[in-house]
Write a protein of this length. Structure first.
Length: 132
């Protein structure tokens, strides 16, 4: 389970990112990396680190960090995968690599559609069970 300290460090990282204190944001997120056990939460932190690097103009570092998040998720189709792909697409777009960005956005959309389909199917099956 995450401690209150971990939540505080993440929230501080978010605040620092929003206020343009990017190095403090990176430091806050980085403090958490060694303590997080959940692959999804760890991938989320890598996405946030990638986003801050993008804001700092460190595009290659941002992409590499986001890729670490994707590697941790190991091709799981979930919302965090979609978010990582979108962040990487944003970085590529800022670099002027529009075709590569578009490919990632399309991949993110396909992942999101899969998730949406699974949710719809889940609720459909739930209503069928409920109506028996």
């Amino acid at each position: 389970a995450r401690s209150d300290h971990h939540d505080l460090w993440e929230r501080l990282g978010d605040l620092y990112s929003l206020t343009g204190e990017f190095q403090k944001s990176l430091d806050s997120y980085q403090r958490l990396i060694d303590y997080v056990v959940s692959p999804i939460i760890l991938a989320n932190l890598y996405r946030k680190l990638g986003d801050v690097n993008e804001k700092m103009g460190e595009f290659d570092a941002g992409k590499d960090i986001c890729q670490k998040g994707l590697d941790i998720l190991q091709d799981q189709e979930g919302i965090e995968t979609t978010r990582l792909l979108t962040t990487m697409g944003n970085i590529l777009m800022r670099q002027g690599k529009y075709e590569d960005a578009n490919a990632l956005f399309l991949q993110a959309e396909a992942t999101l559609n899969t998730i949406a389909g699974d949710v719809v199917e889940f609720f459909f099956q739930l209503t069928r069970i409920d109506n028996r």
